[in-house]
Ligand binder design. Structure first.
Ligand SMILES: Nc1ncnc2c1ncn2[C@@H]1O[C@H](COP(=O)(O)OP(=O)(O)OP(=O)(O)O)[C@@H](O)[C@H]1O
Ligand SMILES: C[C@@](O)(CCO)CC(=O)[O-]
Length: 540
Protein backbone atom coordinates (compact mmCIF):
# COMPACT_ATOMS: atom_id res chain seq x y z
CA UNK A 1 0.00 0.00 0.00
CA UNK A 2 1.30 3.38 -0.90
CA UNK A 3 0.50 5.11 2.34
CA UNK A 4 0.99 4.17 6.00
CA UNK A 5 2.18 0.55 6.04
CA UNK A 6 0.70 -1.54 8.84
CA UNK A 7 2.91 -2.68 11.66
CA UNK A 8 2.50 -5.22 14.40
CA UNK A 9 2.19 -2.46 16.96
CA UNK A 10 -0.84 -0.88 15.30
CA UNK A 11 -3.91 -1.61 17.37
CA UNK A 12 -7.34 -0.24 18.06
CA UNK A 13 -7.36 2.27 20.88
CA UNK A 14 -5.15 -0.07 22.87
CA UNK A 15 -7.38 -3.02 22.04
CA UNK A 16 -5.45 -6.04 20.84
CA UNK A 17 -8.21 -8.56 20.67
CA UNK A 18 -7.71 -11.06 17.87
CA UNK A 19 -9.03 -14.33 16.65
CA UNK A 20 -6.91 -17.29 17.64
CA UNK A 21 -6.30 -20.75 16.29
CA UNK A 22 -8.62 -22.23 18.87
CA UNK A 23 -11.49 -20.31 17.23
CA UNK A 24 -11.96 -17.96 20.18
CA UNK A 25 -11.25 -14.29 20.71
CA UNK A 26 -8.99 -13.02 23.47
CA UNK A 27 -9.19 -9.75 25.29
CA UNK A 28 -6.24 -7.39 25.80
CA UNK A 29 -5.60 -9.04 29.15
CA UNK A 30 -5.27 -12.45 27.56
CA UNK A 31 -8.54 -13.62 29.16
CA UNK A 32 -10.67 -15.89 26.93
CA UNK A 33 -13.93 -14.33 25.80
CA UNK A 34 -16.98 -16.35 24.91
CA UNK A 35 -17.13 -17.97 21.46
CA UNK A 36 -17.92 -15.50 18.71
CA UNK A 37 -21.22 -15.69 16.88
CA UNK A 38 -19.62 -15.92 13.48
CA UNK A 39 -16.17 -16.94 12.31
CA UNK A 40 -13.94 -14.16 10.98
CA UNK A 41 -14.38 -13.65 7.26
CA UNK A 42 -12.91 -11.50 4.50
CA UNK A 43 -14.15 -9.67 1.45
CA UNK A 44 -12.08 -8.19 -1.36
CA UNK A 45 -12.79 -5.84 -4.25
CA UNK A 46 -10.67 -4.55 -7.14
CA UNK A 47 -9.64 -1.09 -8.26
CA UNK A 48 -10.24 0.06 -11.82
CA UNK A 49 -8.93 2.03 -14.76
CA UNK A 50 -11.17 4.27 -16.82
CA UNK A 51 -10.13 3.82 -20.43
CA UNK A 52 -12.44 6.48 -21.88
CA UNK A 53 -14.98 8.96 -20.49
CA UNK A 54 -14.03 10.00 -16.93
CA UNK A 55 -15.68 13.25 -15.78
CA UNK A 56 -18.03 13.19 -18.78
CA UNK A 57 -19.65 10.18 -17.07
CA UNK A 58 -20.57 12.36 -14.07
CA UNK A 59 -22.62 14.49 -16.48
CA UNK A 60 -24.64 11.72 -18.10
CA UNK A 61 -22.22 10.62 -20.82
CA UNK A 62 -20.86 7.09 -21.29
CA UNK A 63 -17.53 5.72 -20.02
CA UNK A 64 -15.57 2.50 -20.54
CA UNK A 65 -13.77 1.10 -17.50
CA UNK A 66 -12.14 -2.17 -16.47
CA UNK A 67 -11.20 -3.74 -13.15
CA UNK A 68 -7.53 -4.21 -12.27
CA UNK A 69 -5.76 -6.82 -10.16
CA UNK A 70 -4.81 -4.35 -7.38
CA UNK A 71 -7.41 -4.84 -4.64
CA UNK A 72 -8.63 -3.93 -1.16
CA UNK A 73 -9.05 -6.66 1.47
CA UNK A 74 -11.32 -6.32 4.51
CA UNK A 75 -11.13 -8.71 7.47
CA UNK A 76 -14.16 -8.80 9.76
CA UNK A 77 -13.75 -10.44 13.13
CA UNK A 78 -16.19 -10.66 15.97
CA UNK A 79 -15.75 -9.83 19.64
CA UNK A 80 -17.43 -11.27 22.68
CA UNK A 81 -21.07 -10.23 22.95
CA UNK A 82 -20.40 -8.33 26.16
CA UNK A 83 -18.20 -5.83 24.34
CA UNK A 84 -20.88 -3.82 22.43
CA UNK A 85 -18.34 -1.92 20.35
CA UNK A 86 -17.57 -1.63 16.67
CA UNK A 87 -14.09 -0.63 15.46
CA UNK A 88 -12.45 0.44 12.23
CA UNK A 89 -8.78 -0.29 11.77
CA UNK A 90 -7.63 1.22 8.46
CA UNK A 91 -3.82 1.36 8.75
CA UNK A 92 -3.28 2.55 5.15
CA UNK A 93 -4.68 5.93 6.18
CA UNK A 94 -3.72 5.66 9.88
CA UNK A 95 -7.32 5.44 11.08
CA UNK A 96 -8.24 3.57 14.24
CA UNK A 97 -11.56 4.30 15.90
CA UNK A 98 -14.05 2.53 18.15
CA UNK A 99 -17.70 3.40 18.75
CA UNK A 100 -20.09 2.09 21.40
CA UNK A 101 -22.82 0.43 19.39
CA UNK A 102 -25.72 1.49 21.68
CA UNK A 103 -24.56 5.15 21.56
CA UNK A 104 -24.89 5.38 17.76
CA UNK A 105 -27.92 7.27 16.36
CA UNK A 106 -30.09 4.21 15.66
CA UNK A 107 -33.31 6.13 16.26
CA UNK A 108 -32.50 8.63 13.47
CA UNK A 109 -31.83 5.81 11.01
CA UNK A 110 -34.97 3.88 11.97
CA UNK A 111 -37.34 6.86 12.13
CA UNK A 112 -40.45 6.67 9.91
CA UNK A 113 -39.48 7.37 6.30
CA UNK A 114 -35.78 6.97 7.06
CA UNK A 115 -35.45 3.23 7.57
CA UNK A 116 -33.95 1.50 4.55
CA UNK A 117 -33.79 -2.17 3.69
CA UNK A 118 -30.96 -3.93 1.95
CA UNK A 119 -32.79 -4.02 -1.40
CA UNK A 120 -33.63 -0.28 -1.51
CA UNK A 121 -32.19 1.98 -4.19
CA UNK A 122 -30.63 4.97 -2.40
CA UNK A 123 -29.64 7.68 -4.86
CA UNK A 124 -28.82 10.49 -2.47
CA UNK A 125 -27.58 10.91 1.07
CA UNK A 126 -30.13 12.03 3.63
CA UNK A 127 -28.96 15.33 5.24
CA UNK A 128 -30.79 14.47 8.50
CA UNK A 129 -28.90 11.20 8.77
CA UNK A 130 -25.58 12.90 7.99
CA UNK A 131 -26.36 15.41 10.73
CA UNK A 132 -27.16 12.60 13.17
CA UNK A 133 -23.75 11.05 12.38
CA UNK A 134 -21.82 14.30 12.93
CA UNK A 135 -21.13 13.95 16.67
CA UNK A 136 -19.83 10.42 16.04
CA UNK A 137 -17.55 11.62 13.23
CA UNK A 138 -16.37 14.91 14.73
CA UNK A 139 -14.33 13.25 17.48
CA UNK A 140 -12.30 11.05 15.14
CA UNK A 141 -8.48 11.49 15.13
CA UNK A 142 -8.60 14.81 17.03
CA UNK A 143 -4.82 15.25 16.88
CA UNK A 144 -4.31 14.45 13.21
CA UNK A 145 -3.58 17.26 10.70
CA UNK A 146 -6.78 18.63 9.07
CA UNK A 147 -6.20 16.94 5.69
CA UNK A 148 -5.68 13.55 7.35
CA UNK A 149 -8.72 14.03 9.57
CA UNK A 150 -10.81 14.74 6.48
CA UNK A 151 -9.70 11.45 4.92
CA UNK A 152 -10.44 9.58 8.18
CA UNK A 153 -13.80 11.21 8.50
CA UNK A 154 -14.92 10.44 4.96
CA UNK A 155 -13.99 6.75 5.27
CA UNK A 156 -15.66 6.58 8.69
CA UNK A 157 -18.80 8.33 7.41
CA UNK A 158 -19.07 5.77 4.61
CA UNK A 159 -18.80 2.96 7.15
CA UNK A 160 -21.24 4.40 9.70
CA UNK A 161 -23.85 5.37 7.11
CA UNK A 162 -23.94 1.77 5.88
CA UNK A 163 -23.58 0.21 9.34
CA UNK A 164 -26.60 2.13 10.62
CA UNK A 165 -28.63 1.64 7.44
CA UNK A 166 -28.08 -2.10 7.22
CA UNK A 167 -27.58 -3.10 10.88
CA UNK A 168 -29.55 -2.79 14.09
CA UNK A 169 -28.68 -1.71 17.61
CA UNK A 170 -28.12 -5.39 18.37
CA UNK A 171 -25.58 -5.85 15.57
CA UNK A 172 -22.71 -8.01 16.84
CA UNK A 173 -19.60 -6.27 18.17
CA UNK A 174 -16.80 -6.55 15.69
CA UNK A 175 -13.65 -5.11 14.15
CA UNK A 176 -13.22 -4.17 10.49
CA UNK A 177 -9.58 -4.28 9.43
CA UNK A 178 -8.79 -3.03 5.95
CA UNK A 179 -5.67 -3.16 3.83
CA UNK A 180 -5.38 -2.22 0.21
CA UNK A 181 -2.82 -2.62 -2.55
CA UNK A 182 -4.40 0.25 -4.50
CA UNK A 183 -2.62 3.61 -4.24
CA UNK A 184 -5.00 6.11 -2.65
CA UNK A 185 -6.22 9.06 -4.70
CA UNK A 186 -4.33 7.92 -7.80
CA UNK A 187 -7.31 7.46 -10.12
CA UNK A 188 -7.45 3.70 -9.61
CA UNK A 189 -10.73 3.59 -7.71
CA UNK A 190 -9.39 3.07 -4.19
CA UNK A 191 -12.49 4.63 -2.64
CA UNK A 192 -14.86 2.51 -4.73
CA UNK A 193 -13.02 -0.64 -3.79
CA UNK A 194 -13.30 0.08 -0.06
CA UNK A 195 -16.95 1.08 -0.61
CA UNK A 196 -17.58 -2.34 -2.18
CA UNK A 197 -15.76 -4.08 0.68
CA UNK A 198 -17.84 -2.25 3.29
CA UNK A 199 -21.10 -2.85 1.46
CA UNK A 200 -20.47 -6.55 0.84
CA UNK A 201 -19.26 -7.27 4.38
CA UNK A 202 -22.30 -5.60 5.94
CA UNK A 203 -24.69 -7.34 3.53
CA UNK A 204 -23.01 -10.68 4.32
CA UNK A 205 -23.53 -9.93 8.01
CA UNK A 206 -27.21 -9.16 7.62
CA UNK A 207 -27.55 -12.30 5.47
CA UNK A 208 -28.85 -10.36 2.50
CA UNK A 209 -26.67 -12.19 -0.01
CA UNK A 210 -26.87 -15.63 -1.57
CA UNK A 211 -23.60 -17.35 -2.43
CA UNK A 212 -21.22 -16.85 -3.98
CA UNK A 213 -20.85 -20.43 -5.07
CA UNK A 214 -19.55 -22.02 -8.27
CA UNK A 215 -22.91 -23.40 -9.46
CA UNK A 216 -24.80 -20.18 -8.87
CA UNK A 217 -26.98 -19.19 -11.87
CA UNK A 218 -25.69 -16.07 -13.61
CA UNK A 219 -28.92 -14.15 -12.98
CA UNK A 220 -28.69 -14.81 -9.24
CA UNK A 221 -25.04 -13.73 -9.19
CA UNK A 222 -25.99 -10.57 -10.99
CA UNK A 223 -28.71 -9.80 -8.43
CA UNK A 224 -26.24 -10.14 -5.56
CA UNK A 225 -23.65 -7.97 -7.31
CA UNK A 226 -26.32 -5.36 -7.92
CA UNK A 227 -27.32 -5.39 -4.26
CA UNK A 228 -23.68 -4.84 -3.21
CA UNK A 229 -23.20 -2.19 -5.86
CA UNK A 230 -26.20 -0.13 -4.73
CA UNK A 231 -24.87 0.19 -1.18
CA UNK A 232 -21.31 0.71 -2.41
CA UNK A 233 -22.66 3.71 -4.34
CA UNK A 234 -24.02 5.11 -1.06
CA UNK A 235 -20.56 4.71 0.52
CA UNK A 236 -18.98 6.39 -2.54
CA UNK A 237 -21.38 9.33 -2.08
CA UNK A 238 -20.12 9.66 1.51
CA UNK A 239 -16.50 9.72 0.29
CA UNK A 240 -16.68 11.93 -2.73
CA UNK A 241 -19.97 13.75 -3.01
CA UNK A 242 -21.16 13.33 -6.55
CA UNK A 243 -19.92 10.04 -8.00
CA UNK A 244 -21.26 8.71 -11.27
CA UNK A 245 -21.19 5.15 -9.94
CA UNK A 246 -18.86 3.81 -12.63
CA UNK A 247 -16.05 2.98 -10.18
CA UNK A 248 -18.20 1.01 -7.74
CA UNK A 249 -19.95 -0.75 -10.63
CA UNK A 250 -16.67 -2.02 -12.06
CA UNK A 251 -15.35 -2.89 -8.62
CA UNK A 252 -18.49 -4.88 -7.72
CA UNK A 253 -18.90 -6.85 -10.93
CA UNK A 254 -15.29 -6.88 -12.16
CA UNK A 255 -14.51 -7.35 -15.86
CA UNK A 256 -15.08 -4.28 -18.02
CA UNK A 257 -18.17 -2.17 -18.60
CA UNK A 258 -19.72 0.51 -20.72
CA UNK A 259 -21.45 2.68 -18.12
CA UNK A 260 -23.88 5.56 -18.39
CA UNK A 261 -26.11 7.28 -15.82
CA UNK A 262 -28.43 9.80 -17.44
CA UNK A 263 -30.91 10.06 -14.58
CA UNK A 264 -29.54 9.86 -11.03
CA UNK A 265 -32.89 8.72 -9.65
CA UNK A 266 -32.69 5.55 -11.74
CA UNK A 267 -30.18 2.72 -11.97
CA UNK A 268 -27.47 3.36 -14.60
CA UNK A 269 -27.10 1.63 -17.93
CA UNK A 270 -24.39 -0.99 -17.51
CA UNK A 271 -23.25 -3.07 -20.44
CA UNK A 272 -20.75 -5.75 -19.41
CA UNK A 273 -17.97 -6.06 -21.96
CA UNK A 274 -17.19 -9.72 -21.37
CA UNK A 275 -14.91 -9.99 -24.37
CA UNK A 276 -12.83 -6.97 -23.41
CA UNK A 277 -9.60 -7.41 -25.37
CA UNK A 278 -6.01 -7.74 -24.24
CA UNK A 279 -5.14 -4.10 -24.59
CA UNK A 280 -1.40 -3.69 -24.14
CA UNK A 281 -1.32 -0.93 -21.51
CA UNK A 282 1.30 0.89 -19.50
CA UNK A 283 0.10 2.30 -16.17
CA UNK A 284 2.15 5.05 -14.50
CA UNK A 285 1.48 6.85 -11.22
CA UNK A 286 2.61 10.48 -10.93
CA UNK A 287 2.46 10.06 -7.12
CA UNK A 288 0.76 13.45 -7.07
CA UNK A 289 -2.16 12.91 -4.71
CA UNK A 290 -5.44 14.72 -5.06
CA UNK A 291 -9.07 14.20 -4.20
CA UNK A 292 -11.65 13.03 -6.70
CA UNK A 293 -14.22 15.31 -5.06
CA UNK A 294 -12.05 18.36 -5.82
CA UNK A 295 -11.50 17.39 -9.47
CA UNK A 296 -15.19 16.65 -10.00
CA UNK A 297 -16.05 20.02 -8.45
CA UNK A 298 -13.66 21.77 -10.91
CA UNK A 299 -15.62 20.41 -13.86
CA UNK A 300 -18.94 21.34 -12.25
CA UNK A 301 -17.64 24.92 -11.83
CA UNK A 302 -16.46 25.05 -15.43
CA UNK A 303 -19.94 23.99 -16.52
CA UNK A 304 -21.39 26.87 -14.52
CA UNK A 305 -18.96 29.43 -15.96
CA UNK A 306 -18.95 28.20 -19.58
CA UNK A 307 -22.02 26.01 -20.03
CA UNK A 308 -21.98 25.79 -23.83
CA UNK A 309 -18.25 25.23 -24.15
CA UNK A 310 -18.13 22.69 -21.33
CA UNK A 311 -21.07 20.82 -22.82
CA UNK A 312 -19.37 20.56 -26.20
CA UNK A 313 -16.18 19.21 -24.58
CA UNK A 314 -18.20 16.64 -22.62
CA UNK A 315 -20.10 15.65 -25.78
CA UNK A 316 -16.83 15.24 -27.66
CA UNK A 317 -15.65 12.86 -24.92
CA UNK A 318 -18.93 11.00 -25.26
CA UNK A 319 -18.29 10.60 -29.00
CA UNK A 320 -14.85 9.19 -28.25
CA UNK A 321 -16.28 6.60 -25.85
CA UNK A 322 -18.96 5.68 -28.36
CA UNK A 323 -16.40 5.28 -31.19
CA UNK A 324 -14.17 3.12 -28.99
CA UNK A 325 -17.13 1.03 -27.88
CA UNK A 326 -18.25 0.45 -31.47
CA UNK A 327 -14.76 -0.63 -32.39
CA UNK A 328 -14.22 -2.85 -29.34
CA UNK A 329 -17.53 -4.66 -29.76
CA UNK A 330 -17.58 -5.06 -33.54
CA UNK A 331 -17.96 -8.68 -34.70
CA UNK A 332 -14.69 -8.63 -36.56
CA UNK A 333 -12.75 -6.91 -33.75
CA UNK A 334 -9.08 -7.75 -33.95
CA UNK A 335 -6.48 -6.02 -31.80
CA UNK A 336 -4.24 -5.49 -34.83
CA UNK A 337 -2.01 -2.48 -35.21
CA UNK A 338 -4.59 -0.42 -37.14
CA UNK A 339 -7.21 -0.96 -34.45
CA UNK A 340 -4.77 -0.24 -31.63
CA UNK A 341 -3.69 2.91 -33.41
CA UNK A 342 -7.31 4.09 -33.56
CA UNK A 343 -7.92 3.19 -29.89
CA UNK A 344 -4.68 4.97 -28.98
CA UNK A 345 -5.51 8.09 -30.95
CA UNK A 346 -8.94 8.20 -29.31
CA UNK A 347 -7.21 8.00 -25.90
CA UNK A 348 -4.86 10.84 -26.80
CA UNK A 349 -7.78 13.05 -27.95
CA UNK A 350 -9.64 12.14 -24.76
CA UNK A 351 -6.65 13.35 -22.73
CA UNK A 352 -6.61 16.65 -24.64
CA UNK A 353 -10.25 17.20 -23.78
CA UNK A 354 -9.57 16.42 -20.11
CA UNK A 355 -6.83 19.07 -20.21
CA UNK A 356 -9.45 21.46 -21.59
CA UNK A 357 -11.69 20.61 -18.63
CA UNK A 358 -8.83 21.63 -16.32
CA UNK A 359 -8.23 18.25 -14.66
CA UNK A 360 -4.68 17.53 -15.81
CA UNK A 361 -1.57 18.39 -13.77
CA UNK A 362 1.96 19.47 -14.73
CA UNK A 363 3.22 16.06 -13.61
CA UNK A 364 0.77 14.30 -15.92
CA UNK A 365 1.90 16.54 -18.78
CA UNK A 366 5.54 15.80 -18.00
CA UNK A 367 4.81 12.09 -17.97
CA UNK A 368 3.04 12.38 -21.30
CA UNK A 369 5.94 14.32 -22.81
CA UNK A 370 8.42 11.65 -21.68
CA UNK A 371 6.31 8.80 -23.06
CA UNK A 372 5.39 10.64 -26.29
CA UNK A 373 9.07 11.32 -26.87
CA UNK A 374 9.75 7.57 -27.12
CA UNK A 375 6.79 7.02 -29.45
CA UNK A 376 5.80 3.84 -27.62
CA UNK A 377 2.10 4.67 -27.57
CA UNK A 378 -0.76 7.03 -26.75
CA UNK A 379 -1.19 8.39 -23.24
CA UNK A 380 -4.10 9.79 -21.24
CA UNK A 381 -4.79 10.46 -17.58
CA UNK A 382 -7.14 7.93 -15.98
CA UNK A 383 -9.69 8.57 -13.22
CA UNK A 384 -10.21 11.99 -11.76
CA UNK A 385 -6.86 13.50 -12.84
CA UNK A 386 -5.23 16.43 -11.01
CA UNK A 387 -2.33 13.99 -10.51
CA UNK A 388 -2.83 10.27 -10.04
CA UNK A 389 -2.23 7.83 -12.88
CA UNK A 390 -1.95 7.83 -16.65
CA UNK A 391 -2.42 4.91 -19.04
CA UNK A 392 -0.59 4.40 -22.32
CA UNK A 393 -2.03 2.21 -25.07
CA UNK A 394 1.15 0.69 -26.47
CA UNK A 395 1.86 0.86 -30.18
CA UNK A 396 2.75 -2.62 -31.49
CA UNK A 397 4.61 -0.97 -34.36
CA UNK A 398 7.00 0.86 -32.06
CA UNK A 399 10.46 0.29 -33.47
CA UNK A 400 12.72 1.39 -30.59
CA UNK A 401 15.00 -0.84 -28.58
CA UNK A 402 13.27 -2.06 -25.41
CA UNK A 403 16.42 -2.77 -23.46
CA UNK A 404 18.86 -0.38 -25.03
CA UNK A 405 19.17 3.37 -24.97
CA UNK A 406 16.59 5.38 -26.82
CA UNK A 407 17.57 8.55 -28.63
CA UNK A 408 20.91 8.63 -26.93
CA UNK A 409 19.47 8.54 -23.39
CA UNK A 410 21.78 6.75 -20.98
CA UNK A 411 21.39 3.08 -20.02
CA UNK A 412 19.25 2.32 -16.95
CA UNK A 413 20.65 1.96 -13.47
CA UNK A 414 20.06 -1.42 -11.75
CA UNK A 415 17.55 0.38 -9.51
CA UNK A 416 15.57 1.49 -12.53
CA UNK A 417 15.42 -2.03 -13.89
CA UNK A 418 13.34 -3.09 -10.91
CA UNK A 419 10.89 -0.32 -11.61
CA UNK A 420 8.73 -2.31 -13.97
CA UNK A 421 7.51 -5.00 -11.67
CA UNK A 422 6.03 -7.87 -13.61
CA UNK A 423 4.46 -10.30 -11.16
CA UNK A 424 3.18 -12.80 -13.70
CA UNK A 425 5.24 -15.13 -15.81
CA UNK A 426 4.27 -15.39 -19.44
CA UNK A 427 3.10 -19.01 -19.18
CA UNK A 428 0.86 -18.39 -16.21
CA UNK A 429 -0.75 -15.38 -17.75
CA UNK A 430 -1.40 -16.91 -21.15
CA UNK A 431 -3.05 -19.89 -19.47
CA UNK A 432 -5.33 -17.55 -17.56
CA UNK A 433 -6.07 -15.58 -20.67
CA UNK A 434 -7.13 -18.73 -22.47
CA UNK A 435 -9.59 -19.40 -19.67
CA UNK A 436 -10.92 -15.87 -20.17
CA UNK A 437 -10.48 -14.92 -16.51
CA UNK A 438 -7.83 -12.24 -16.65
CA UNK A 439 -7.34 -11.35 -20.26
CA UNK A 440 -5.01 -8.41 -20.32
CA UNK A 441 -1.43 -8.13 -19.19
CA UNK A 442 -0.47 -4.52 -18.73
CA UNK A 443 2.88 -3.24 -19.85
CA UNK A 444 4.74 -6.32 -21.02
CA UNK A 445 8.20 -5.64 -19.67
CA UNK A 446 9.91 -5.99 -23.02
CA UNK A 447 7.79 -3.25 -24.58
CA UNK A 448 9.02 -0.51 -22.30
CA UNK A 449 12.32 1.08 -23.24
CA UNK A 450 14.64 0.71 -20.29
CA UNK A 451 15.75 4.30 -20.72
CA UNK A 452 12.15 5.40 -20.23
CA UNK A 453 11.85 3.33 -17.05
CA UNK A 454 15.05 4.91 -15.85
CA UNK A 455 13.89 8.43 -16.56
CA UNK A 456 10.45 7.84 -15.01
CA UNK A 457 11.98 6.51 -11.83
CA UNK A 458 14.48 9.35 -11.60
CA UNK A 459 11.62 11.83 -11.83
CA UNK A 460 9.64 10.07 -9.09
CA UNK A 461 7.06 8.26 -11.21
CA UNK A 462 6.01 4.67 -10.52
CA UNK A 463 5.19 2.05 -13.15
CA UNK A 464 2.60 -0.59 -12.29
CA UNK A 465 1.93 -3.94 -13.78
CA UNK A 466 -1.52 -5.34 -13.31
CA UNK A 467 -4.02 -7.36 -15.24
CA UNK A 468 -7.28 -5.99 -16.57
CA UNK A 469 -10.86 -7.21 -16.39
CA UNK A 470 -10.57 -9.79 -13.58
CA UNK A 471 -13.10 -10.74 -10.91
CA UNK A 472 -15.15 -8.26 -8.93
CA UNK A 473 -16.07 -8.61 -5.27
CA UNK A 474 -15.02 -11.86 -3.59
CA UNK A 475 -15.72 -13.51 -0.23
CA UNK A 476 -13.50 -15.72 1.88
CA UNK A 477 -15.77 -17.39 4.42
CA UNK A 478 -14.44 -18.31 6.91
CA UNK A 479 -11.09 -16.50 6.75
CA UNK A 480 -9.14 -19.68 6.09
CA UNK A 481 -7.19 -20.08 2.89
CA UNK A 482 -6.55 -23.44 1.29
CA UNK A 483 -3.56 -23.54 -0.99
CA UNK A 484 -4.06 -25.48 -4.17
CA UNK A 485 -0.87 -26.62 -5.84
CA UNK A 486 -1.34 -25.86 -9.50
CA UNK A 487 0.90 -28.72 -10.55
CA UNK A 488 -0.70 -31.51 -8.48
CA UNK A 489 -4.07 -29.69 -8.19
CA UNK A 490 -4.16 -30.80 -4.54
CA UNK A 491 -4.90 -28.73 -1.48
CA UNK A 492 -1.86 -28.16 0.65
CA UNK A 493 -3.42 -27.38 4.00
CA UNK A 494 -5.27 -24.35 5.23
CA UNK A 495 -4.13 -21.14 6.79
CA UNK A 496 -6.31 -19.12 9.11
CA UNK A 497 -6.04 -15.40 8.49
CA UNK A 498 -6.16 -13.55 11.77
CA UNK A 499 -5.86 -9.85 12.38
CA UNK A 500 -2.23 -10.00 13.44
CA UNK A 501 -1.08 -11.85 10.31
CA UNK A 502 -3.12 -9.51 8.17
CA UNK A 503 -1.70 -6.38 9.80
CA UNK A 504 1.89 -7.54 9.68
CA UNK A 505 1.92 -8.64 6.02
CA UNK A 506 4.48 -6.35 4.40
CA UNK A 507 3.47 -4.24 1.40
CA UNK A 508 1.54 -5.34 -1.66
CA UNK A 509 3.59 -8.49 -2.02
CA UNK A 510 3.01 -9.53 1.59
CA UNK A 511 -0.73 -8.86 1.41
CA UNK A 512 -1.09 -10.72 -1.88
CA UNK A 513 0.96 -13.61 -0.65
CA UNK A 514 -1.16 -13.90 2.49
CA UNK A 515 -4.66 -13.28 1.17
CA UNK A 516 -4.39 -12.55 -2.58
CA UNK A 517 -7.32 -13.71 -4.66
CA UNK A 518 -5.33 -14.89 -7.63
CA UNK A 519 -1.96 -16.46 -8.31
CA UNK A 520 0.81 -16.01 -5.88
CA UNK A 521 4.26 -17.34 -6.46
CA UNK A 522 6.38 -19.42 -4.17
CA UNK A 523 9.86 -20.47 -5.14
CA UNK A 524 8.97 -19.87 -8.75
CA UNK A 525 5.89 -22.12 -8.69
CA UNK A 526 2.44 -20.68 -9.10
CA UNK A 527 0.30 -21.34 -6.07
CA UNK A 528 -3.40 -20.94 -6.81
CA UNK A 529 -5.62 -19.82 -4.01
CA UNK A 530 -9.34 -19.96 -4.44
CA UNK A 531 -9.88 -23.70 -4.51
CA UNK A 532 -12.19 -25.44 -2.04
CA UNK A 533 -12.71 -23.17 0.96
CA UNK A 534 -10.90 -20.29 -0.77
CA UNK A 535 -12.02 -17.03 -2.31
CA UNK A 536 -15.32 -17.20 -4.17
CA UNK A 537 -16.80 -14.70 -6.60
CA UNK A 538 -20.17 -13.91 -8.05
CA UNK A 539 -19.64 -14.52 -11.76
CA UNK A 540 -21.86 -14.06 -14.78
N1 LIG B 1 -6.91 1.86 1.86
C1 LIG B 1 -7.82 2.71 2.29
N2 LIG B 1 -8.17 2.76 3.59
C2 LIG B 1 -9.11 3.62 4.02
N3 LIG B 1 -9.74 4.53 3.25
C3 LIG B 1 -9.41 4.55 1.95
C4 LIG B 1 -8.45 3.65 1.40
N4 LIG B 1 -8.35 3.88 0.08
C5 LIG B 1 -9.20 4.91 -0.19
N5 LIG B 1 -9.83 5.31 0.92
C6 LIG B 1 -10.82 6.40 1.01
O1 LIG B 1 -11.02 6.88 -0.31
C7 LIG B 1 -10.57 8.24 -0.45
C8 LIG B 1 -9.86 8.42 -1.78
O2 LIG B 1 -10.83 8.49 -2.75
P1 LIG B 1 -10.70 9.29 -4.11
O3 LIG B 1 -11.96 9.05 -4.84
O4 LIG B 1 -10.27 10.68 -3.85
O5 LIG B 1 -9.50 8.55 -4.84
P2 LIG B 1 -9.50 7.25 -5.72
O6 LIG B 1 -10.77 6.50 -5.49
O7 LIG B 1 -8.24 6.52 -5.44
O8 LIG B 1 -9.41 7.84 -7.20
P3 LIG B 1 -10.49 7.86 -8.40
O9 LIG B 1 -11.83 8.16 -7.78
O10 LIG B 1 -10.01 8.93 -9.33
O11 LIG B 1 -10.40 6.51 -9.01
C9 LIG B 1 -9.64 8.45 0.73
O12 LIG B 1 -9.64 9.81 1.10
C10 LIG B 1 -10.28 7.57 1.80
O13 LIG B 1 -11.38 8.23 2.41
C1 LIG C 1 -13.82 11.54 -12.35
C2 LIG C 1 -14.77 10.34 -12.33
O1 LIG C 1 -15.48 10.33 -13.56
C3 LIG C 1 -14.01 9.03 -12.27
C4 LIG C 1 -13.21 8.79 -11.05
O2 LIG C 1 -12.60 7.52 -11.12
C5 LIG C 1 -15.71 10.49 -11.16
C6 LIG C 1 -16.89 9.53 -11.21
O3 LIG C 1 -17.23 8.97 -12.27
O4 LIG C 1 -17.52 9.36 -10.15
Amino acid sequence: MAQGKATATFNIDGLTSSHHDDGRTRSPLGRKDSSPLMPPFMVSAPGKVIVYGEHAVVHGKAAIAASISLRSYLLVHFLSKSRRTVSLLFPDIGLSHTWDIPALPWSAFSAPGKKKTYYDLVTELDPDLLEALEPHIDNISPNAPPATRKIHQSSATAFLYLFLSLGTSSSPPCVYTLRSTIPIGAGLGSSASIAVCLSSSLLVQCRALAGPHPDQPAAESELNIERINRWAFVAEMCIHGNPSGVDNTVSSGGKAVLFQRRDYSKPPLVKRLNTFPELPLLLVNTRQSRSTATEVAKVANLRKSFPTIAESVLSAIDNITESAHTLLTSDDFDADSTTLKTLGELAAINHGLLVALGVSHPKLERLRALIDHTGIGWTKLTGAGGGGCAITILNPEWKGKPDGGVNGVKKPSPKARTLVRNGTDSEGSSEKRKSGLEPALIAPKALIPASLSNQLQEEGFEVFTTTLAGDGVGVLWPAVLHNVNSITNREEGGEEIDQEKFLTAVGTEGIEKLVGVSNTFEEGHPRHRGGVGGWKFWRY
